[in-house]
Design a binder for this molecule. Structure first.
Ligand SMILES: *Cc1c(COP(=O)(O)O)cnc(C)c1O
Length: 422
């Protein structure tokens, strides 16, 4: 029995694996408040400010300004793309976020720090709401060394959780499948992270990591599909962007709306950022996700119209086999998808070949080194803005932000392979 109900034209485009823009029919200009998540994001914002000195110390980062988080990225004008649309186009440089080199630094560092803070408060090392700099001290290190942080990840999430956890003194364990990239395993191991390799696929690695962690009261499992600490860490990016757009002279409002293009895997990173942006800009921001043609899991989930039941890309006959490894996810997070139901304006799909073309374009035109997953975010400003316009999104008069989600730490040999891909 068919367990989904996707509109036939959309289903055909999905099954043909063509690159297309899908407008979300459930997008709403006004939203009912979600006070629980709003409060958690407020706390995350405050926590990351209290963690600024800690992170500077742990990772030898340049000192952030007063009231600025240590983990922040640049807003980069893409002047060539602006000429194409009319309004300004920017890239958000999360590919170069400190230490982890991807958007996962936002959610991952927040999750690790929130866990460390809970432990330190319970042990009487700090009080609630205090600056977190003492978490870099010897007493805290000794406390954290008795605990582990566990994550299942083939890539950037493992890097972010592993590096931040190990720096604080935790036993950090990253479960990976054997076919995960060698340079990532090497980098983690050289920073004192335990890498556990699994013969099965990624799903098996996650399941095994979860089972091991859940059986251990001194272990914390980072759940990419369900974690609100990850989600809220990502959401903090919205206010950072708001400040940067203001500084760049962009006044977001009905005369100049904002369109933000976000690469989507399981949905946590782009979902958290989109949630935060809707908090900040309300109806004046249009959030769009970018997904691989072979793994459009959020599009499938939202187009199915269901929030009560998972519909995966396998259910409609797709394979989830894509070179865009940061986005290779078969089923969207069922925590995030319902939160996107009314907040998201649409999703477009990108072929592997297009993503590599965009990667070359960003490197040759702007000197930006991003991974294929991240390059998908310029497909919106380059290819799909007229389709957006036709669907009622005021793309031609908007300012656009393409979120570059990862890549600055990719080794040159690997990056050369991306440049020469096919
Ligand atoms: C993880 C990741 C994403 C997407 O984040 P999800 O939370 O999985 O949706 C996008 N780009 C890159 C480079 C990533 O590593």
């Amino acid at each position: 029995m068919q367990s989904y109900d996707i509109e036939p034209q959309t289903l055909r485009a999905l099954q043909e694996r063509s690159a297309f823009f899908w407008a979300n029919p459930d997008h709403a200009a006004t939203l009912a408040p979600n006070t629980e998540i709003d409060a958690l994001i407020e706390k995350a914002q405050d926590r990351m400010l209290r963690a600024a000195k800690l992170l500077q110390k742990l990772f030898d980062l340049p000192s952030a300004g007063v009231g600025q988080p240590a983990i922040r990225s640049a807003l980069i004008p893409l002047s060539g793309l602006s000429a194409n649309i009319g309004g300004p186009v920017f890239a958000k440089g999360d590919h170069a976020l400190p230490v982890a080199g991807s958007v996962k630094a936002r959610g991952g560092f927040h999750e690790v720090i929130a866990y460390a803070e809970r432990l330190a408060i319970a042990a009487g090392l700090i009080t609630e709401g205090a600056d977190l700099a003492p978490l870099a001290g010897p007493e805290a290190k000794e406390l954290f060394a008795r605990h582990s942080i566990v994550v299942g990840s083939t890539g950037n999430l493992g890097m972010s959780i592993g590096l931040c956890g190990a720096a604080l003194g935790f036993r950090a364990v990253v479960h990976m499948s054997v076919d995960a990239k060698g340079w990532k395993k090497d980098r983690l191991r050289s920073h004192g992270v335990e890498v556990v390799e699994h013969d099965g696929d990624y799903g098996a690695a996650v399941a095994e990591g979860r089972a091991l962690a859940e059986a251990d009261p001194l272990a914390h499992f980072v759940d990419d599909e369900r974690s609100l600490d990850l989600f809220c860490g990502y959401a903090c990016a919205a206010r950072e962007l708001q400040e940067q757009l203001l500084a760049a002279g962009v006044i977001v409002g009905p005369t100049q709306p904002l369109v933000v293009h976000l690469p989507c895997g399981v949905g946590g990173a782009p979902g958290g950022i989109a949630y935060g942006l809707r908090q900040v800009y309300g109806a004046d921001v249009y959030c769009i996700f970018a997904e691989p043609v072979d793994a459009p899991c959020m599009l499938v989930q939202l187009a199915s119209g269901r929030d009560d039941r998972e519909v995966s890309v396998y259910d409609i006959g797709l394979t989830n086999k894509t070179e865009l490894d940061g986005l290779a996810v078969g089923a969207a997070s069922m925590v995030v998808a319902p939160l996107m139901r009314q907040r998201l304006s649409g999703v477009y799909t990108v072929t592997d070949a297009e993503a590599h073309d965009f990667l070359r374009h960003l490197y040759q035109g702007y000197g930006l080194k991003v991974e294929p997953s991240a390059a998908t975010s310029i497909a919106g400003p380059l290819l799909h803005w007229q389709a957006m316009e036709a669907a009622g999104i005021p793309a031609s008069k908007a300012a656009h932000v393409a979120w570059l989600t990862g890549g600055a730490l990719v080794p040159d040999v690997e990056f050369g392979g991306y440049l020469n891909w096919r």
